[in-house]
Design a protein around this ligand. Structure first.
Ligand SMILES: Cc1ncc(COP(=O)(O)O)c(C=O)c1O
Length: 412
């Protein structure tokens, strides 16, 4: 007889919640403290000038270039800012469509609209990353860029994506916000497409609270990104045409923390992958659950455990019961796709004229509705998401295994 669930009055597997999903923040310590203090002591919070510039953002950029083996990195103020800067650098604008996976954080959609282009949603498959078959079908003569999202530490099938993009002459933008250091076929993500973007927000592998990075191997795109993120300035570089940019610069405070966090990334990933492997060893045989597929050639960073239950009802019941056991879990993004966001369905832009959807340069006809990406909806509604942290000890690992097995015995 299975033990009574905590939500039915039984004893919970844990008395306290698991460590929260803030990997880099949980490992913050003396090194970050010293880095921030140094900026304050030198009165040097701005990257380009001041009484005593320490060039921490530059140092972060050079470290990212070495780490990713890519020619150019640019620190920015957030991942969302990075996506917008990259889109604009790629020349995305009024009249264009940008492909976005239907299951991702809302920033991907908003940044496309902020760049005054129209998002076109593509299904994800059982890897929860973009489905190359649907991608091929959704490309139109208006497609200017394909945004792929390496969700939760796992690379997309980049061979397939790049082949489709190349055969259609369309640029790929890799959103690596959730996957700093993820590997596909021996190479780190961010360098497969024309441009890549990273986030340093607190839920990400490494963090400076806020911040991000834009990367590319293309010098001209890099120069355009620099101008877009800094009022059109190129500062120490030369070349390219002037343009009216904005301000998405990274502060030296964020840069200093980011330098230290990047040094911790390999250790952090090693810890998280061990945690995940141990958990998978313990729940791999649970009947009725199917794990998220990891594409061939992709190496999982271990940011979370994700699996599907047979139905939306079992998924909702599973999450409720698991949380009752103090095993923090959710249906990522509420178990919903774009239909979780009325602003997407209603194309609710910030100003009433409705640009980019009503833009005279746009000759497509887009409509967002429930059921537009049915396979993605089905995956999202059956999904269980258990975020992991590098500070999980053997006790926490064992509790996740016990919790999942206990709940599965009741719910499935
Ligand atoms: C896939 C994805 N893209 C973009 C972002 C935006 O990053 P930020 O929060 O740094 O603006 C996030 C995270 O929040 C994300 O998960």
């Amino acid at each position: 007889m299975a033990e009574t669930l905590a939500i039915d009055g039984g004893k919970p597997v844990r008395n306290e919640p698991l460590p929260p999903p803030y990997p880099g923040a949980l490992l913050m310590g003396e090194e970050e403290k010293r880095a921030v203090l140094e900026i304050i002591e030198h009165k040097a919070p701005f990257r380009y000038y001041g009484p005593d510039v320490l060039k921490k953002v530059s140092q972060f950029e050079r470290s990212v270039e070495r780490y990713l083996e890519i020619n150019h990195a640019l620190g920015v103020s957030s991942g969302t800012a990075g996506v917008k800067v990259a889109l604009v650098a790629l020349g995305v604008g009024p009249g264009d469509e940008v492909i976005v996976p239907a299951y991702t954080f809302i920033a991907c959609v908003s940044a496309v609209v902020a760049a005054r282009a129209v998002p076109i949603f593509v299904e994800v498959d059982d890897s929860l990353n973009i489905d190359p078959y649907d991608l091929r079908d959704k490309i139109s003569p208006r497609t200017k860029a394909i945004m792929v999202v390496h969700l939760q530490g796992v690379s997309c099938d980049m061979d397939a994506v790049v082949a489709i993009a190349d055969s259609n002459g369309v640029a790929v933008l890799e959103d690596c916000a959730q996957s700093f250091g993820a590997v596909y076929k021996g190479r780190k993500v961010g360098a497969f497409g024309k441009m890549g973007v990273f986030s340093l927000q607190i839920n990400k592998l490494i963090t400076a609270g806020e911040g991000g990075c834009v990367v590319t191997n293309d010098r001209d795109l890099f120069h355009r990104a620099v101008r877009c993120h800094d009022h059109g300035n190129l500062r120490e570089f030369e070349g390219g045409a002037p343009l009216l940019g904005e301000n998405y610069r990274m502060s030296e405070l964020a840069g200093a923390v980011a330098v230290v966090q990047l040094q911790k990334l390999e250790d952090l990933v090693a810890k998280m992958t061990r945690v995940k492997q141990e958990i998978l060893r313990g729940i791999g045989d649970v009947a009725g659950i199917t794990f998220r597929r990891i594409p061939d050639g992709a190496e999982d960073l271990g940011t979370s455990v994700m699996f599907f239950t047979p139905s939306a009802k079992t998924a909702a019941d599973f999450v409720k019961a698991l949380n009752g056991e103090n095993i923090n879990s959710s249906q990522m993004y509420g178990g919903a796709v774009y239909d979780a966001y009325p602003q997407v369905l209603n194309m609710s832009t910030a100003t009433p004229e409705g640009c980019p959807f009503t833009c005279p340069y746009y000759d497509g006809k887009v409509r967002y509705y429930h059921g537009m990406c049915p396979r993605t909806e089905a995956f999202a509604r059956r999904l269980i998401y258990i975020p992991l942290a590098p500070t999980f000890e053997d006790r926490e690992i064992a509790d996740v295994v016990i919790g999942v097995r206990k709940v599965a015995a009741h719910v499935l």
